[in-house]
Design a binder for this molecule. Structure first.
Ligand SMILES: Cc1ncc(COP(=O)(O)O)c(C=O)c1O
Length: 473
């Protein structure tokens, strides 16, 4: 029996479609088909029977089938073409390695990894290291420590976070090995395999990788030039009954959008009746901003996990992040972290604490902003006339490619000419749609001169797309 016939048989025997369930028939049909597609039981390109035929086979109304197919189409799992019916979507997303370090291949300017633009952390570290041995906390470097973090590190973190207007107290901060680790701890503590997580349909790759590894169903919510669309969020909540919403409100990766106060308020209004939904507010770029809107955590303290880190504003090599959790969830997060590694390294925590206490962090971040401003100005000058989104203190920019470029082709050509970029498809949660854009990490260039060299290549190709179409793929 073909996989589709097998599925049909299961649907017919009511094991998958339950007419007396509180869940609508179309939602049940959509989730059974989605599961068959995601598990690979239905293969990319496989034709599905016409809606009328399927409705007849299952003894249900044709509008039920049509609504289920619309949900699947929205998720990018099926495609409908006039005259060709509906088929399981063929993933068009370019397979991009989930990479964490820039390439150091000779001649390559790799702008595909998000890192800070300055190197003065290593200088600050060189000055700090000889002083650490006389720090009263140094003796504790040989010990195990509480999983939520050392009390002095939580104290310093809360002070630093409050200066960013994040409602943190030492007792609700958990110290992690960076933001990604914080998000992993939250997801592992608050979800079980099969739960649904919502995120922007174009989003940070790390959430995608995490959800896959934890067996979570990650669904994209459409947005516009101001970020996630509140109406689309409401619909996605109604359709998928998600457990978690993942948002990157400041200098979004990769689109560089910062949610304005009005959009934040609109999204909060949609979330208001949904106490069952946890929000992960991944605000790893907030420390770079000078003008900051209210955090979601401030307005929704009981249902929000706030995550940030020193990775983008000081140094990713420090591996220090902070989760601010609702008080009754702190121990859940700490327990998950304990399962990983008992606690983070006290030496990293002491370095971060001293940088904060000695106010060196302030100077490092101020310099970071200054360098990013200069680089963003270079980008604006070199990409003049092209359509891109950026923040004046952002580590990255999102360049929309003019016709007739395809993002993967463009990224490949730039790579062949010594410039590494990530194409839009690497960030898309919809496998039937790849944004025709590339992310440029201007902070990853080793110098402004290198950045200008790379921008020259990018601008030249973007403006001369028609000359490079002879071997278009
Ligand atoms: C939105 C977002 N969250 C989290 C991270 C990971 O940060 P960390 O290095 O602190 O784990 C990144 C890194 O690119 C990011 O862009």
């Amino acid at each position: 029996m073909s996989p589709f016939k097998e599925l049909l048989a299961a649907l017919k025997t009511d094991t998958l479609l339950q007419r007396d369930s509180a869940e609508t028939l179309y939602a049940q049909l959509a989730s059974s088909l989605a599961e068959a597609i995601r598990s690979g039981a239905l293969s990319p390109g496989e034709r599905l029977p016409p809606h009328r035929e399927l409705a007849g086979e299952l003894g249900i109304n044709i509008t039920t089938v049509t609504r289920a197919m619309a949900v699947l189409q929205e998720q990018g799992l099926v495609e409908s073409r006039p005259g060709r019916g509906t088929q399981v979507a063929v993933p068009r997303q370019v397979q991009v390695q989930f990479q964490s370090a820039p390439s150091d291949a000779p001649g390559m300017i790799d702008l595909s990894v998000n890192r800070p633009a300055t190197d003065d952390y290593t200088q600050a570290l060189a000055t700090l290291l000889p002083r650490l041995a006389s720090d009263p906390r140094f003796a504790g470097m040989k010990e195990y420590h509480p999983s939520e973090g050392m009390s002095w590190a939580r104290e310093a973190a809360a002070t630093w976070l409050r200066a960013l207007d994040v409602p943190a107290q030492p007792s609700n901060v958990v110290i992690t090995e960076g933001a990604q680790h914080g998000i992993a701890c939250i997801l592992r503590a608050m979800t079980v395999a099969g739960d649904t997580v919502l995120a922007d349909s174009i989003t940070y790759q790390g959430i995608n990788a995490l959800c896959r590894s934890l067996g979570l169903n990650l669904v994209g919510v459409e947005g516009d030039e101001r970020g996630m669309n509140p109406r689309a969020l409401g619909e996605a909540i109604a359709t998928y009954a998600p457990r978690v919403l993942f948002l990157v409100p400041s200098i979004h990766n990769p689109t560089a959008i910062t949610l304005d106060a009005q959009r934040r308020a609109e999204l909060l209004e949609v979330l208001a009746p949904h106490d069952e939904l946890w929000l992960i507010e991944d605000d790893v770029y907030r420390p770079l901003l000078e003008r900051r809107d209210e955090t979601f955590m401030l307005r929704r303290p009981a249902r929000t996990f706030y995550v940030t880190a020193l990775s983008k504003c000081i140094a990713p090599g420090l591996r220090i992040g902070f989760v601010v959790a609702p008080p009754e969830q702190v121990q859940n997060i700490a327990t998950t972290l304990r399962i990983d590694c008992w606690s983070i390294s006290p030496l990293n925590a002491l370095i971060a604490t001293r940088l904060i206490e000695d106010r060196v962090s302030e100077a490092l971040i101020a310099h970071q902003r200054e360098e990013l401003r200069e680089r963003q100005a270079l980008l604006a000058e070199h990409l003049k006339g092209l359509h891109f989104q950026a923040s004046d203190v952002g580590t990255h920019a999102w360049l929309q490619l003019p016709e007739p470029w395809s993002a993967s082709r463009f990224a490949r050509l730039c790579r062949e000419h010594g410039v590494g970029l990530l194409p839009g498809g690497a960030f898309s949660l919809r496998h039937d749609q790849s944004p025709n854009a590339v992310r440029i990490n201007l902070s990853a260039a080793k110098s402004r001169e290198q950045l200008v060299q790379a921008l020259d290549v990018i601008a030249r190709f973007a403006q001369q797309g028609h000359l490079h179409m002879f071997d278009r793929v």
